[in-house]
Design a protein around this ligand. Structure first.
Ligand SMILES: Cc1cc2nc3c(=O)[nH]c(=O)nc-3n(C[C@H](O)[C@H](O)[C@H](O)COP(=O)(O)O)c2cc1C
Length: 219
């Protein structure tokens, strides 16, 4: 199977210091998945590597022949993936605008019928728990249902080093076990969803709306 880890920060400036703790958290997720599931493929999606322009225009708003190459390539990755790890800092008690903006470029049909895992972190003591609450709604609407377990990392800069390892090595296995709980759930659901997608095309009866969200309105 194939998993995407979405890094939810583009914050290269400081303060607060250091910048882009999200890279550490994302690397920790990639490392753990590779360690626990070497038979699967994991790819880190860094929003700084994608330039979709200043004016918001999602992938589905382009004529098919005019979708920018980078956008088309990420759309294909999302479509091909079996599950997603959504890594977000807490900004003003909400999910990161960088992550929401990146995901908003793609229609829910690309994400649907696959699971996701919510991973949040913060400089403070709550580990982004408040951001996680609205991520659940957001990801459900995208169709990649979040698994019940979540990963929250308080004081993330003190917990993880730049390569995503726990700074205090004696706590590494405890952190791995904590994070693996969510990743194991993700893998379980991803496997189940992949088998079921193969057995039955989910969009055969619940059709993808192609013109307007009102296509799914009550009469
Ligand atoms: C605009 C902004 C809002 C923030 N809001 C919160 C917050 O509500 N709760 C919290 O614990 N930390 C908050 N922080 C601190 C971040 O959790 C911390 O800086 C974290 O490292 C940000 O992730 P990043 O470095 O990957 O961008 C905020 C930081 C910024 C820049």
């Amino acid at each position: 199977m194939y998993f995407l880890v979405f890094l939810g920060s583009v914050r290269e400036s400081t303060p607060p210091k250091p910048a882009r703790i999200g890279m550490r958290v994302s690397r920790a997720c990639v490392r753990l998945l590779e360690q626990s599931y070497p038979q699967h493929t994991v790819e880190l999606i860094d929003p700084l590597e994608y330039d979709f322009g200043d004016i918001f225009k999602p992938e589905f708003a382009y004529r098919r022949s005019q979708v920018p190459n980078q956008m088309e390539s990420l759309a294909k990755k999302i479509q091909d993936a079996d599950g997603y790890i959504m890594v977000s800092p807490e900004y003003n008690h909400s999910m990161s605008p960088a992550l929401a903006n990146l995901l908003n470029h793609f229609g829910s049909s690309r994400f649907s019928y696959k699971p996701s895992a919510i991973v949040t972190y913060s400089a403070g003591q709550w580990g982004g728990a408040r951001a996680a609450v609205n991520m659940r709604t957001f990801l459900s609407e995208l169709g990649c249902l979040p698994v019940s377990a979540m990963i929250h990392l308080p004081k993330a800069a003190q917990v993880l080093d730049e390569n995503g390892f726990v700074v205090n090595a004696s706590e590494q296995s405890e952190w791995d076990e904590y994070m693996n709980r969510t990743l194991h759930q993700l893998l379980w659901w991803a496997q189940g969803a992949a088998l079921q997608r193969e057995r039955q095309d989910p969009t055969k009866k619940a059709k993808v709306f192609s013109k307007d969200p009102s296509q799914r309105n009550a009469p």
